[in-house]
Ligand binder design. Structure first.
Ligand code: TXD
Length: 325
């Protein structure tokens, strides 16, 4: 007789993002959750707290914390947030050495205990940490990917919706490139249920120059959106929206949704980029990154993407220099 099992989701890192991830996994009944952290008792406490809401929220999944990697054994998907977040004044790249040491250990344990899992990396600097995760686990590239673009695109879409005074549900907006200040919000492709955003902005202001000025400000705010939250929180970085974004990715994989999402994925010639992780739209389903979708970019967009590629390349060079790759 066939027996059925719920998917097992391992959360590596039980800090700010890890906590929201656990709660969202439970609320959406994505699978049983095990949260690992090095801090003693903390993941156990957080998970017990979340699990005790099961009657109120009505979810039938387990949510457990641990300090022992053995408990992630057989996980179907690992979502990694282990590492330090930014403090005001820091760039994501300032976290490189500390977080690379952490990710290396995390990757070795995922390789040992969950060798068939998919890995969604969230820790910063994102593009470099995804690269390191893939290198240490040796998993196929389609099973190791990073979350950045879903969040950056959601921020871009939110700012457009607020400016136009329309539902964010009708906004489609895409951000390409690395997860840093060089990211590329694609204005030309942004639309409100098919209507180009620039057309609506021009109608609102009755002036193409003013519309461009407003859009330039939205693009700039999108690029700096992480820093805007860091400056307000003072003690850490954004955590609700990064968690929601990673859950959208995990759900696409666990439910084989074939969603078209911007993901930090391995490029093998696409966009003229060879052998490197970068944020691009992909089809995300049961096989992870099932296909990279190539968009035709104009010269200006391609130049911005090249600039972003160079910023990620510099991070990879730094990791090589430091002996991580
Ligand atoms: O969109 C994105 N990709 C991001 C990424 C958006 C915002 C923040 N992003 C990055 O996620 C951020 O720069 C950090 O690198 C990670 C995690 O952010 P979070 O806000 O959750 O940080 P916390 O609250 O400090 O949690 C990190 C946890 C904390 O509980 C530590 O005890 C734990 O990581 N930690 C470890 N866990 C396992 N193993 C080791 N070695 C370890 N070291 C620390």
């Amino acid at each position: 007789m066939a027996t059925f099992k719920r998917p097992k989701i391992a959360l590596i890192g039980g800090g700010q993002i890890g906590g929201v991830l656990a709660q969202l996994c439970a609320l959406r009944e994505l699978g049983d959750v095990v949260m690992y952290d090095i801090v003693e008792d903390m993941p156990q406490g957080k998970c017990l707290d979340i699990a005790e809401a099961s009657r109120v929220d009505g979810f039938d999944v387990e949510v457990k914390g641990t300090n022992d990697y053995k408990d992630i054994e057989g996980a179907d998907i690992c979502i990694v947030t282990a590492g330090l977040p930014r403090k005001p004044g820091m760039s994501r790249d300032d976290l490189l050495t500390t977080n690379a040491n952490i990710i290396k250990t995390v990757a070795e344990n995922i390789k040992q205990y969950a060798p068939d899992s998919h890995v969604i990396v969230i820790s910063n600097p994102l593009d470099a940490m995804v690269t390191l995760m893939r290198e240490v686990t040796g998993f196929p590239h389609n099973r190791v990917y990073g979350q950045a673009g879903v969040l950056d695109s959601s921020r871009f879409a939110s700012f457009i919706a607020w400016e136009l005074g329309v539902s964010v549900k009708d906004i489609n907006a895409l951000v390409l490139g690395g997860h840093g200040d060089t990211m590329v919000p694609l204005v030309r492709y942004a639309n409100v249920n098919g209507i180009p955003v620039m057309e609506l902005l021009e109608r609102k202001y009755g002036d193409a120059a003013k519309a461009k000025e407003v859009m330039d400000a939205i693009v700039e705010r999108t690029r700096k959106a992480g820093g805007e939250v860091v400056a307000l929180l003072k003690k850490g970085s954004a955590f609700y929206s990064p968690a929601s974004s990673a859950i959208a990715m995990a759900e696409a994989v666990l439910r084989d949704q074939k969603r078209v999402l911007p993901v930090c994925a391995w490029l093998d010639g696409e966009y003229g980029v060879n052998g490197m992780y970068l944020g691009v739209p992909v089809i995300l389903g049961a096989n992870g990154v099932e296909k990279v979708i190539e968009l035709s970019l104009n010269d200006e967009e391609q130049a911005m993407l090249d600039n972003s590629v160079n910023a990620v390349k510099k991070l990879i060079e730094d990791m090589k220099r430091l002996g991580f790759l």
